[in-house]
Design a protein around this ligand. Structure first.
Ligand code: CTP
Ligand code: MG
Length: 392
């Protein structure tokens, strides 16, 4: 079986686009480099590749490792410092790889698809490199400045193609080829490979597998990305009886009260409704099925710990949480002053960044002394969650 390392080159300065390095800018809410790393993670999960190597600027290594540890519990990435040219960065990545073959991909190329990668991997062999190409479709002009004046001539586009990534090569031979690049100026791996007279095969790339180089490319990518998201809404409901001698825990906040909620776990009715709304939107089974009361491991368990598990399931499904709206129905005690703390508690379990707890909105309604809620026999909670993810 052929083994593969997937190397993402994301150590450039983005000088042509200007501003902060483009690979860390957000495209549809996700840093540009992560678009490629998500595809690499899928290939890893499918057993198609064996490792992922991310090449980043040396001063970003600590930050990226931290981000990766919060993003993905299952996948381990090797994070490597890049160099001053793309060729040097790729060389650093290839030097860390351990598989038979390497797939090299530009971190600035977000719309890579799994199928293209798999076709490329199928074609590679110990004596052959594989690159995706697309034919030039516009008419070509050569523009030179001669004695201060523009001189324009036409050039045939026959036989001309642009080269994309991922490009795939046998690892040791590519390393040898890259080592011949003394000035470290090769524009891509194929250039090093061809310079050594080695064989290469091309396969059709995809026009949407564009590289973001200039500001206009980012605008175009935003348009492609925004048409490519799916949205789902889920609702959740829960009810627990109020009884003496039980703690009252709502949204992870323990509140002083003569009555507490009864249940198998800590009976946090609010966290339960939120979990069911999130699971519902993701099309997953509800908490009763995922964390059954019949299972002793869930006895008195903190519902916030269960919420962390729900967050991991959403991450696995690549879902982003856009908004969670919650209505708690409770007669007593007065709870308005605790909602901010509840939002923060839930936010810590659901999001990577603290400020994102703003996406949770908790309201409390009294029972107006009507019915079981009004008589303080129980509390009820409903929640609505909106999720979204990139379609692949
Ligand atoms: N790259 C890299 N190390 C470098 C230069 C580039 O890993 N020293 C990566 C970039 O991060 C990008 C890919 O190679 O993902 C393609 O390069 P390019 O589009 O040229 O990106 P930049 O070099 O960042 O941009 P510019 O040339 O405009 O400065
Ligand atoms: Mg560059």
């Amino acid at each position: 079986m052929k083994t593969f390392s997937f190397i993402i080159a994301a150590a450039g300065l983005g000088e042509r686009i200007g501003g902060s390095p483009k690979q860390f800018r957000l495209l549809g809410g996700t840093p540009l480099w992560q678009w490629s790393s998500h595809v690499a993670e899928e290939l890893l999960a499918l057993g198609k590749i064996q490792e992922i190597i991310l090449v980043v600027p040396s001063d970003s290594i600590t930050r990226i490792k931290k981000t990766l540890s919060t993003l993905s519990e299952k996948t381990s990435f090797l994070v490597v410092a890049g160099g001053t040219t793309r060729s040097q960065s790729v060389r650093n990545g290839v030097a860390m790889a351990s598989s038979d073959y390497v797939l090299i991909h530009d971190g600035a190329r977000p719309f890579i698809d799994k199928e293209l990668c798999i076709t490329i991997m199928d074609h590679v062999n110990p004596n052959l490199g594989v690159i995706p190409v697309v034919p030039i479709s516009d008419a070509l002009k050569k523009i030179e400045i001669v004695e201060g004046e523009e001189r324009v001539s036409s050039t045939s586009r026959e036989h001309l193609y642009t080269t994309q990534t991922p490009q795939c090569f046998p690892r040791l031979q590519l390393l040898e080829a890259l080592d011949t690049d003394k000035d470290l100026l090769f524009k891509d791996e194929a250039e090093a490979w061809i310079a050594l007279g080695k064989k290469i095969v091309t396969i059709p790339g995809a026009r949407h597998n564009m590289k973001i180089t200039y500001q206009e490319d980012f605008i175009l990518a935003h348009q492609i990305a925004s048409n490519n998201r799916e949205y789902r809404v889920g609702n959740g409901f829960d009810i627990h009886p109020l009884v003496p001698s039980r703690p009252l825990i709502l949204g992870g906040v323990e509140i002083e009260s003569p009555l507490g909620l009864d249940g198998h776990s800590d009976a946090d009715v609010l966290a339960h409704a939120v979990m069911d709304a999130l699971l519902g939107a993701a099309g997953l089974p509800d908490i009763g099925k995922l964390f059954p009361a019949s299972d002793p491991q869930y006895k008195n368990i903190s519902s916030l710990d269960l919420l962390s598990r729900v967050a991991s399931l959403l991450k696995e499904g690549r879902w982003d949480i856009l908004w969670v709206d919650v209505t708690l129905q409770a007669q007593l005690p007065r709870l308005g002053s605790f909602t901010k703390q509840m939002e923060e508690n839930l936010g810590k379990r659901l999001f990577a960044f603290e400020m994102e707890s703003e996406k949770i909105n908790i309201k409390v309604k009294s029972g107006e002394r009507i019915g079981a809620v009004g008589r303080a026999e129980c509390m009820k909670c409903t929640a609505v969650a909106t999720l979204s993810r990139w379609r692949r």
